[in-house]
Design a protein around this ligand. Structure first.
Ligand code: NDP
Length: 285
């Protein structure tokens, strides 16, 4: 039996339409996302452009700052400081990684939790751990939205997250293990010795390792939900961490790559931006 295909593009479009309706219903107050892109990395340019395009579709403003890759750390920090101080900017996203020797850490430290729509700063991660109001990383949040939309049960279920980055894996573990979600979560990484066995026990697998097609049919329990976060550029194009064709014959539900978690990352960025405007008193609660 073939798995249900979890359609992230459709859900993204639904969320963008809902955000637009919500903003229009509030009289279209300005809600502004600022993006900072350093250097000329093509994939980063494409990501940022699609974020701006979807922001416009959601009825939001976007302010884009494109900076040459030879900018100094001090100049870059001044640019971010100006966005931090600007009350007309509600969310700030610095496209990472930065080129060359530029250091993202000081930039992240400058962004207040309210404007940190990427959910990457110490303050945002601390709020997530403590269950306080704040922005949660867009990719793990997008995974949760997909599970909710497709009514995938989580309470008492076993989930395995493959990958332990602060961008994806760690917040994913926290979200799945939260009260109310209530999965029993295992965190796997490159030193996990029995990954096939660990994964085969899971009702939900979230693969975020960045290793092309590493999750095979052997890793998957029949009927499990398989969420593919990984993105690898190969000679045959962009592929995920999941070997889609054979796994989709075993899984109960599966995200495609592309068309699964990627579009949801953008949808959640826009949801976070509206929430950022709310947290700053620029949008009705
Ligand atoms: P990182 O490189 O920061 O982390 C990768 C993690 O995977 C590490 O914890 C690493 O373990 C683990 N890992 C690597 N190889 C293996 C392996 N063979 N078995 C088990 N675990 C392994 O990556 P990110 O978290 O930033 O991103 C992960 C992937 O998700 C990338 O492909 C990235 O491009 C993609 N991505 C996709 C997004 C989307 O919207 N779909 C958004 C963001 C990222 P260890 O800690 O031991 O080194």
């Amino acid at each position: 039996m073939s798995a249900v295909i979890i359609n992230g593009t459709q859900l993204r479009d639904d969320i963008v339409a809902e955000l637009r309706a919500e903003i229009e219903a509030a009289g279209s107050p300005p809600v502004c996302l600022a993006t900072v892109l350093v250097g000329d990395d093509k994939p980063s340019q494409i990501y940022v452009r699609s974020k701006q395009k979807k922001a416009a579709e959601a009825g939001m403003q976007s302010r884009h700052v494109a900076i040459s890759g030879d900018v100094s750390q001090a100049e870059l920090e001044d640019t971010v400081a100006a966005l931090v101080a600007d009350p007309g900017v509600h969310g700030i996203l610095c496209q990472l990684p930065l080129p060359g020797d530029l250091d993202a850490e000081p930039l992240l430290r400058m962004i207040p939790a309210e404007k940190d729509v990427d959910g990457l700063t110490e303050a945002s991660l601390g709020r997530l751990v403590r269950g306080q109001r704040g922005h949660v990383g867009c990719t793990p949040l997008g995974v949760m939205r997909l599970l909710e939309r497709y009514n995938i049960p989580t309470s008492g279920k076993r989930a395995v997250v493959v990958g332990r980055s602060t961008l994806v894996g760690l917040p994913m573990v926290l979200l799945l293990g939260r009260k109310g979600v209530d999965a029993t979560v295992t965190l796997a990484h490159s030193r996990t010795t029995d990954l096939v066995d660990v994964c085969r026990q899971a009702d939900i697998i979230v693969a975020a390792a960045g290793q092309a097609r590493m999750i095979t049919a052997a890793h998957v329990k029949p009927g499990a939900t398989v969420i593919d976060v990984g993105v690898s550029r190969t000679e045959s194009g962009i592929v995920g961490d999941v070997d889609f064709e054979p796994v989709s014959q075993i899984a109960g539900a599966i995200t495609p790559m592309p068309g699964g978690t990627g579009p949801m990352t953008i949808a959640c960025l826009l949801q976070n931006t509206l929430e950022a405007a709310r947290m700053q008193g620029a949008f009705p609660a």
